[in-house]
Ligand binder design. Structure first.
Ligand code: 13P
Length: 262
């Protein structure tokens, strides 16, 4: 038995109209029904906020979960343009991405705000995919590990140990996102092992239940090698998730029950 249920998550970023999102979800649902895809792993789709309800409606009862790509703090209120964890849940989300590097880079989200968002999401009962990763300059300076722990520490400080059973940590090196470049499978395995060891020390035994994902230029060709690494529970996929056939190819990768891929 695997220690944790494998996970494959699609992050569509600012792509797909509502109609395109619905069509993708319908094709995925057909494969789930016909082939039993997703029986041995969690499948999660993160559409734009606009398409979230439509996608969740198509995927209701399919076992495929829907995630928000970000959230704002608060519940309801006079906050023009904001979307809270509560509203995401009401629209059908059961997960949310927090701390994606594009949010950090283009929307000024710092480590403390990211941690507050993780707390708000957990408070509303959402599972959280917490994204962490180093820039190319940080990697070159040998600061990868200190950057990762710097991102994790404020989250650990705000959550209870029990929350970590409903958390996934996505290791997404910033330089690997959308670049076609990735760390080697062994480096990804080492990062996952390091993250779990750090979490176990910081959080305690519930860290055993936290899924650790890799993200950054994942595709149907390289994912089997990444998934084969002990301690890598799955992937967060951007560009290669946009075509449903490519996501299905990744969702069909045979997994060995004890860990790894066939
Ligand atoms: P790409 O798979 O397009 O590199 O994006 C990764 C990512 O940012 C997923 O959140």
């Amino acid at each position: 038995m695997r220690a944790r249920r494998p996970m494959l998550a699609a992050n569509w970023k600012m792509y797909k109209s509502v109609a395109e999102s619905q069509a993708w979800a319908e094709q995925l649902k057909a494969a789930v029904v016909e082939e039993g895809i997703g029986a041995d792993r969690d499948l999660i789709v993160a559409p734009t906020h606009l398409a979230l309800w439509a996608v969740a409606t198509v995927l209701a009862d399919s076992g495929v979960a829907v995630a928000g790509q970000t959230l704002d703090l608060g519940v309801e209120g006079a906050l023009t343009g904001a979307v809270s964890a509560y509203l995401l849940r009401q629209a059908g989300a059961s997960w949310v991405l927090v701390g994606h590097s594009e949010r950090r880079q283009h929307f000024g989200e710092d480590d403390a705000l990211v941690a507050e968002k993780a707390k708000a999401a957990r408070h509303a009962g959402l599972g959280v995919i917490l994204c962490v990763g180093e820039t190319e300059a940080e990697r070159a300076a040998g600061a990868t590990w200190s950057r990762l722990t710097q991102q994790l520490e404020p989250v650990v400080a705000r959550l209870s140990p029990a929350d970590w059973a409903a958390m996934a940590v996505a290791y997404e090196p910033v330089w690997a996102i959308g670049s076609g470049r990735t760390p080697s499978p062994e480096e990804i395995g080492e990062a996952a092992a390091g993250l779990r060891q750090w979490l176990a020390a910081a959080v305690g035994p519930t860290a055993e239940a936290t899924r650790i994902l890799y993200g950054g230029s994942v595709n149907e060709q390289n994912l089997p090698e990444f998934w084969r690494q002990p301690g890598v529970d799955g992937a967060l996929v951007g560009g290669a998730s946009l075509a449903v056939e490519r996501f299905l190819a990744m969702a069909r990768i045979p997994l060995v029950p004890g860990g790894g891929t066939q």
